[in-house]
Design a protein around this ligand. Structure first.
Ligand SMILES: [Zn+2]
Length: 317
């Protein structure tokens, strides 16, 4: 999803009462002797290390908060009520509770004056009722023949949206370095976390999410304005292929039919195991140290406790 101005100020390190280290060092260079500059640089680097260590030491689990903002548009009242009664944000809170974060992260659903979007900004993930209404509107009337229910085509993209934005939050709050496009990294973060659910649930959520993306590619030939290629996000079709490829790469047996049915072209499928391994390596090296492993083992249990009720509610339009 799109995000507004994405505050990366923390990436330059907040050193408490100290002035901006980058600005200070830029100012110092032309006027100071080299030895002094080296000393100053060493002090500033030490401050950066201290700040990072300090932030890490303050990280803890159960940092997720949530808010059901009252809808601005009366048409969204039913979505608000259904989510609140179904304790949807409470479930997401529990799912994300293993994240060790230095300060709280809020999950919020809110009216966005007609904007169908979601974003992360200032430690708050906002998902618009307008976007949720769109997922409902786009869901098929019947279950799909590939073993995906109508409810999965709603639950999948909702979960993916929150996890994608959580990816941005994690990169920001934990100062995780990102190579390549952050939007693609957030999509991959979401797919990787989704694949930690049980096999059946992971398959349902991945394919449900891909379903909503594939609505934007109604046939084998697609015409888009040239500006679409300048977007910071990959195109919807590419985003669908990214998550299908990660899923297939993680378990070729579980997702074998997506290649057999040509949802994922064979040419791309050949590289998916390697793409998944690259992602798993990055997640293990960079994200895993910030996960409470004891709480993480309960994630699937949390999901299963509530998903069947939610699936029943969304079974029919
Ligand atoms: Zn994004």
């Amino acid at each position: 999803m799109k995000k507004p101005v994405f505050c990366l100020a923390l990436a330059t390190v907040d050193c408490g009462s100290a002035s901006d280290p980058q600005t200070a060092s830029r100012r110092a260079v032309p006027r100071r002797p080299a030895a002094f500059v080296a000393l100053l640089t060493a002090i500033l680097l030490a401050m950066i290390d201290c700040t990072s260590a300090d932030a890490a030491s303050k990280s803890k689990a159960n940092q997720i908060r949530y808010e059901y903002a009252p809808p601005k548009n009366p048409e969204h009242q039913a979505i608000h009520d259904q989510m609140k009664q179904g304790r949807a944000l409470e479930t997401l809170q529990k799912l994300l509770s293993p994240l060790l974060l230095p300060y709280p992260l809020a999950l919020k659903v809110a009216g966005c004056d007609g904007v169908k979007n979601a974003w992360y900004n200032d430690e708050v993930i906002t998902v618009c009722y307008e976007l949720l209404a769109d997922f409902l509107k786009n869901a098929p009337k019947q279950d799909l023949p590939i073993g995906i229910s109508r409810a999965d085509t709603i639950l999948g993209p909702v979960l993916d949206t929150f996890l994608h934005e959580t990816g941005h939050a994690v990169f920001h709050m934990l100062q995780i370095p990102v190579l390549g496009r952050e939007e693609d990294a957030a999509d991959q973060f979401s797919a990787f976390i989704t694949l930690r659910l049980s096999k059946d649930e992971a398959r349902r959520m991945i394919l449900g999410s891909a379903y909503q993306y594939q609505l934007h590619m109604p046939g084998p030939q697609v015409t888009v304005p040239i500006q679409a290629f300048s977007d910071e996000h990959s195109l919807p079709a590419q985003r669908a292929y990214i998550i299908l490829c990660i899923a297939y790469g993680s378990d070729k047996k579980l997702f074998s039919d997506i290649v057999e049915k040509d949802f994922l072209p064979k040419e791309r499928a050949e590289s998916c195991e390697g793409e998944y391994e690259d992602l798993a390596f990055a997640m293990t090296k960079l994200i895993s140290p910030h996960i409470d492993k004891r709480l993480a083992r309960k994630v699937n249990e949390v999901w299963v406790q509530t998903v069947s009720t939610r699936r029943a509610r969304l079974a029919r339009p």
